[in-house]
Design a protein around this ligand. Structure first.
Ligand SMILES: [Zn+2]
Length: 529
């Protein structure tokens, strides 16, 4: 999965906010034209509504200047910006019009509903890269020589490690140290490959050879802490990092890791103190970004109330009602149980949910408030003026909660299409009348699962409409044709297999093209007959 190492995939990387808001800004610059999910007014004297996105297709209706409509999608195709037109948000689509004859009259609301918009923009960040440098391996003489023996052509030479082990058992102290370094090198390599379980195996295997060499003990603790952090086991990671900090001189890396873990655990004061310590020792841009986000959060949450339940910590603005907060917790706990059964996984740490008023949501996240909800490790939701959880908010919460489960279950290795497809599916969304349009884009527009396999950060609005739709269509296909067991094999395979091809083969016995073919057949059978 080469995309894992691209710079923007981090759901936990606050820099993603800036990138996300930049992409939304460019959408806002064309704000006169309707975007998807907005109301609009006809500005042309007469506006033809075509049955397809094609001027030679049948004209199904003609609208007059001043008529109000709802735009449910926009696709830029063949130099024309096509708007899908409904007479109201609640009715079925009438057809398609040239967007140039329309002007937007409301901010886009992706799924609509009082007090909350949907989560559709949130998923642009899926695969994690923890935004910290891995703790550097303390300078150990001979480490790089051993490392070059252990890692050859991008794989771990287990034969070399086995012989180092056996020589250590019968040899002198040099052989013992060499065996420890060999396991450490292999563990570091696995961390770089985002394989925390394999890294932990190596670090365990290293222990008998560590003795009381402080350098080695420290390197082992750092690597173990980082692996546990990758597995979202924050409390265990913190214990290990605390132990390492006791043995180590002041270390920027260890302080930063400690700060980051406290941030994940929602302990903002300690997080900020540790991150500031790290920056004083050695300033790093990525750590600075986490620190800035923690300070923004603290500033925004200063007068927030807090509620806790078995699996959640919920913070809410003083102006938000306690009733709403407790209804949110109640809703989330129910969803937590359902998700545990659906994805066969139980997150090990409480999940933080923050309810913001709209303006504050925008200030903290940098995304427009119509984006409604997002998950960057904390579930952040914009709500205002409601006392209980409406259906749209419940769906939005479940969508975001699904991201938390999948992220942790796959140890940060769930590709965006699988994250977003599952989050929509679990939240109850189905393809419905969009099937025809998706099929057209797949069959004549050259778009496919392959084309949405990597990061979604840079997708245009139209491309992202396809991406969300095709991801959902693919999940619907898997659930309907192969069932939940196959779905779970596929999720499991994200963690264990080294590439997307291998994960699809392992989970579904299919390749990309075969899965697309199955999706086409499913959509036709289900929606077009
Ligand atoms: Zn999402």
């Amino acid at each position: 999965m080469s995309t894992r190492f691209s710079p923007y995939h981090a759901r936990f990387q606050p820099v993603a906010f800036a990138l996300l808001s930049a992409s939304l800004l460019s959408a806002a610059q064309t704000q006169e034209l309707p975007t998807a999910a907005t109301t609009a007014k006809v500005t042309a004297d007469a506006l033809a509504i075509f049955s397809d996105m094609n001027r030679s297709s049948e004209i199904v209706r003609s609208l007059a200047k001043g008529d109000s409509v709802y735009v449910d999608l926009r696709i830029d195709q063949g130099g024309v910006k096509w708007c899908g037109v409904r007479m109201t948000a609640q009715t079925a689509r009438v057809g398609f019009a040239d967007c140039k004859g329309l002007v937007r009259t409301s901010a886009p609301m992706i799924q609509g509903g009082p007090g909350v918009a949907s989560a559709s923009t949130s998923g642009v960040r899926t695969v994690v890269e923890i935004p910290l440098a891995r703790p550097s391996v303390p300078t150990l003489s001979g480490y790089s020589a051993v490392k070059s023996e252990v890692i050859k052509d991008g794989v771990v030479d287990s034969g070399y490690i086995a012989s180092a082990d056996s020589q250590a058992r019968s040899g002198g102290s040099a052989a013992v140290t060499r065996a420890a370094l060999a396991h450490l090198a292999a563990g570091e390599f696995e961390l770089a490959q985002h394989e925390p379980d394999k890294a932990l195996e190596q670090i365990d295997a290293m222990q008998p050879f560590v003795g009381n060499q402080r350098n080695l003990v420290l390197a082992g603790l750092s690597a173990r802490g980082y692996a546990l952090l990758m597995k979202s086991e924050y409390n265990s990671a913190l214990e290990v990092i605390n132990e390492a900090r006791k043995l180590s001189p002041p270390s920027a890396e260890l302080s930063a890791m400690s700060g980051y873990i406290h941030y994940r655990l929602n302990q903002l004061d300690t997080a900020i103190a540790d991150l500031q310590t790290a920056q004083k020792i050695q300033s790093r841009p990525k750590v600075g970004e986490v620190l800035a986000q923690a300070l923004r959060d603290k500033n925004a949450e200063g007068d927030y109330g807090e509620g806790e339940s078995t699996h959640f910590v919920v913070r809410y603005h003083g102006g938000a009602s306690r009733r709403l907060a407790s209804d949110v917790v109640h809703t989330l706990e129910g969803q937590f149980d359902e998700l545990r059964d659906d994805v066969h996984y139980t997150p090990s740490e409480p999940i933080t949910v923050i309810l913001y008023p709209h303006q504050e949501f925008r200030d903290v996240t940098g995304v427009p408030d119509w984006a409604g909800a997002l998950n960057d490790g904390r579930i952040r939701v914009a709500v205002e003026g409601i006392d209980s959880v409406p259906d749209a908010l419940a769906r939005s919460l479940k969508h975001e909660l699904t991201h938390s489960f999948l992220f942790q279950k796959t140890q940060g290795r769930c590709p965006t299409w699988l994250q977003e497809g599952m989050a929509q599916w679990i939240a109850g969304r189905r393809i419905g009348p969009d099937a025809a349009q998706l099929l057209a884009l797949h069959q004549s527009g050259g778009k496919s699962l392959r084309s949405i396999e990597g990061s979604w950060m840079k997708l245009s609005r139209a491309d992202s409409w396809f991406a969300y739709g095709w991801a959902l269509a693919t999940i619907e296909t898997i659930q309907s044709e192969q069932g939940p067991d196959a779905m779970n094999r596929l999720l499991e395979a994200q963690r264990t297999e080294s590439s997307q091809e291998a994960a699809l083969r392992q989970g579904l016995r299919m390749n990309f093209a075969e899965l697309d073919d199955a999706t086409v057949a499913y959509l036709k059978k289900t929606y077009l007959q």
